[in-house]
Design a protein. Structure first.
Length: 180
C-alpha cells in the first residue's frame, strides 16, 4: 500500500526524463548481477614462461594443431649371403627407417636367442633419414646355431625402442652393403 501511495505522490518526476533514466540504470544493474550469478566465477589467471604461447578465453577454444607425428619405426631385415671372392658365409642385417617424416638414430644392433651377440662390424650410432637404408653384417660362425636366426636380430633406437628382424626373402643374387 505504501508503495502505491509513494508512486502516486512521485509520478510526475518518476516518469519524466530523470526518473526513466534512473529506472533504466537500476534494471540494467539487476540484470547484470543475475547474469554474473548464472555464469559463476569468470576470473582467470595465467602464468607463462618466456617464449611460451598463451591462450585465454571465456569459453571454448578450438585449435587445429595438424596431424600427429607418427612414432619412429624401423624395419629390420636379415638374410644370409657371401662377399664376392670370400668363402665365409655372413648374416646381413638391413635397417630401413620407415617413419615418413622423422630421422631415426640406431644405437645398437645384436643377435639374441638365449645368448646375446653384439654386431660391431660397422660403426654406430647411425642416423637414418626417412626411407634411408643402412646395413651391417656378422659371420654366421659367430652366431650360435639357430634355425630361426633370421628372426632373432634386434636394433635399438635412441628413443629406447627395440625392433626385431624378419627374414629378407627378396634379396638380389649380388649387390652392395647399404650405407657404405
Amino acid at each position: 500500500m505504501k508503495t502505491l501511495q509513494w508512486l502516486s505522490d512521485n509520478k510526475t518526476w518518476l516518469f519524466s526524463g530523470v526518473g526513466v533514466v534512473i529506472l533504466g540504470f537500476l534494471v540494467r544493474a539487476l540484470i547484470s548481477v543475475f547474469k554474473k550469478r548464472e555464469q559463476g566465477n569468470t576470473t582467470q589467471k595465467q602464468q607463462a614462461r618466456a617464449g611460451a604461447s598463451v591462450l585465454q578465453a571465456g569459453r571454448d577454444i578450438n585449435l587445429n594443431v595438424g596431424p600427429q607425428r607418427q612414432p619412429p619405426a624401423l624395419k629390420v631385415l636379415a638374410h644370409r649371403a657371401y662377399f664376392i671372392g670370400n668363402p665365409v658365409e655372413y648374416f646381413f642385417i638391413k635397417l630401413v627407417n620407415i617413419t615418413p617424416e622423422v630421422d631415426v638414430e640406431v644405437t645398437h644392433v645384436w643377435y639374441k636367442n638365449g645368448c646375446r651377440v653384439d654386431i660391431l662390424s660397422r660403426p654406430l650410432p647411425v642416423r637414418l633419414r626417412p626411407n634411408e637404408t643402412w646395413e651391417t653384417y656378422v659371420a654366421t660362425s659367430i652366431i650360435p646355431h639357430d634355425v630361426e636366426a633370421l628372426q632373432h636380430f634386434h636394433a635399438l633406437i635412441s628413443t629406447g625402442e627395440v625392433f626385431a628382424s624378419e627374414h629378407n626373402k627378396d634379396v638380389p643374387s649380388t649387390g652392395y652393403v647399404a650405407g657404405q
